[in-house]
Design a protein around this ligand. Structure first.
Ligand code: UFG
Length: 320
C-alpha cells in the first residue's frame, strides 16, 4: 500500500515506518521535527519536513491508500501545564487531516490513541467499552479525536482504527525512544544506569496499589507496530474500530526500577517524590478484542525483554 505516516520521525512512528517498509509498503513520512529526529526516519521512506496542519491536503492529493497518524504531543505532565499545545497541536491538526482525508477520499486511517482516554478505571484490565473519563488534557485531546474519527467514518465511509496504546517501551534495532526532554519512566531509569542522572524519582508511594507506586502495562514497541500492520489490513469502509494494546499485566514503578537493576547490573538509586498531576494509579489493558479480531499476538511480553531492548538501544546511542 502507498501510506502516509505522520510523525514518522518520532519514537513509535519511526518503528512503525520501519516495519511497514520491511513488509513491502511504500512509505512517506511527514514530520515537523518539533520532537522527532530526521535521522530516525528509516531509509527507504520518503521524508517531508512540514507542519501537518498546513500540508495535509497537499500531501493527500497525491493519492494514498492510507494514513497512519502518529504526529502528536504526548506528554501527560506537559499537557496539564500547557493545554493549548495539546488542543491546537493534537485536535486542530487532526481535524485538518480528517478534512484532507475526506476531500481526497483516502480510504484508511490508523490513529494512535491512548490508554489515557480512560482515566482512572473502575476495574482492570480495561476493556474498550469502559467509561472514558480522562484525568489529563493529553487523554482528553486524544478522546476528542477518536470521536471525530467515528463521525467521519459514519458520514464519509472512512475505514478507521484507533489503537489505544498502554505504556510503550523497548526498541526495534536502531529505532528507539530518544526524547530531548525525557519524561518516560524506563528511559529515565536507564539514564541513571548510564550515569546521565544520579537517581530516579518515583512519583508518589501512597497510591492505592500493592506497593504504593503507580501500576502500568508495558508493551514492546515492535508488538505495537505489528498491531498497526494488522489494523491496516482489517479496516472496513464506514467502520471505526477501537482496540486496546497492552499485555494485560501491570508492573509498579518500583517493579520497573527493580527490573532495570537486574537487566543493567547497576544499583539505580531511587527516591520518592510527590505525585505527578494527571497520573491515574493503575492502567492495565484488556487486549482480548485485538487478539480475537486482529489475530494480534504480542511476542515480547516479558518486561525483562522490553527493558533489555531499551537498554541495548540506550547504550548504543550513548556510546555513539
Ligand atoms: N514515573 C516516575 N518517575 C519518572 C517518570 C515516570 O515515577 O521519572 C511514573 C509516572 O508517574 C507513572 C509511570 O512512571 O506512574 C509511567 O510514567 P510514564 O511517563 O512513563 O508514562 P505514562 O503512564 O504517564 O504515560 C504513557 C504515555 C501515554 C499513555 C500512557 C498509558 O506517555 O501516552 O502511558 O498508560 F497514555
Amino acid at each position: 500500500m502507498k501510506l502516509l505516516v505522520t510523525g514518522g520521525a518520532g519514537y513509535v512512528g519511526s518503528v512503525c515506518a520501519a516495519r511497514l517498509l520491511e513488509n513491502g509498503h511504500d512509505v512517506t513520512v511527514v514530520d515537523d521535527l518539533s520532537t522527532g529526529h530526521a535521522d530516525a526516519v528509516p531509509a527507504g521512506a520518503e521524508f517531508v519536513q512540514a507542519d501537518l496542519a498546513d500540508t495535509a491536503g497537499q500531501l493527500l492529493a497525491d493519492g494514498y491508500d492510507g494514513v497512519l497518524h502518529f504526529a502528536a504531543k504526548s506528554l501527560v505532565g506537559e499537557s496539564m501545564q500547557d493545554p493549548d499545545k495539546y488542543w491546537q497541536g493534537n485536535v486542530v491538526t487532526s481535524l485538518r487531516l480528517l478534512e484532507a482525508i475526506r476531500e481526497h477520499g483516502t480510504p484508511r486511517l490508523v490513529f494512535s490513541s491512548t490508554a489515557a482516554t480512560y482515566g482512572e478505571p473502575e476495574s482492570v484490565p480495561i476493556p474498550e467499552d469502559a467509561p472514558t473519563r480522562p484525568t489529563n488534557t493529553y487523554g482528553a485531546t486524544k478522546l476528542a479525536i477518536d470521536h471525530a474519527i467515528s463521525s467521519y467514518a459514519t458520514a464519509h465511509g472512512l475505514g478507521a482504527t484507533s489503537l489505544r496504546y498502554f505504556n510503550v517501551a523497548g526498541a526495534h534495532g536502531a529505532f528507539g525512544e530518544r526524547h530531548t526532554t525525557e519524561t518516560h519512566l524506563i528511559p529515565i531509569v536507564l539514564q541513571v544506569a548510564l550515569g546521565l542522572r544520579e537517581q530516579v524519582q518515583m512519583f508518589g508511594d501512597d497510591w492505592p496499589t500493592a506497593d504504593g507506586t503507580c501500576v502500568r502495562d508495558y508493551i514492546h514497541v515492535t508488538d505495537l507496530a505489528d498491531a498497526h500492520l494488522l489494523a491496516l489490513e482489517h479496516t472496513r469502509p464506514g467502520e471505526h474500530r477501537v482496540y486496546n494494546l497492552g499485555n494485560g499485566t501491570g508492573f509498579s514503578v518500583q517493579q520497573v526500577v527493580e527490573t532495570c537493576r537486574e537487566v543493567t547490573g547497576h544499583p539505580i538509586p531511587a527516591a520518592v517524590a510527590p505525585r505527578r498531576a494527571g497520573d491515574p494509579a493503575t492502567l492495565v489493558a484488556s487486549s482480548d478484542r485485538a487478539r480475537s479480531e486482529l489475530s494480534w499476538q504480542p511476542k515480547h511480553a516479558d518486561l525483562g525483554v522490553i527493558v533489555r531492548d531499551a537498554w541495548e538501544f540506550a547504550r548504543g546511542r550513548n556510546a555513539g
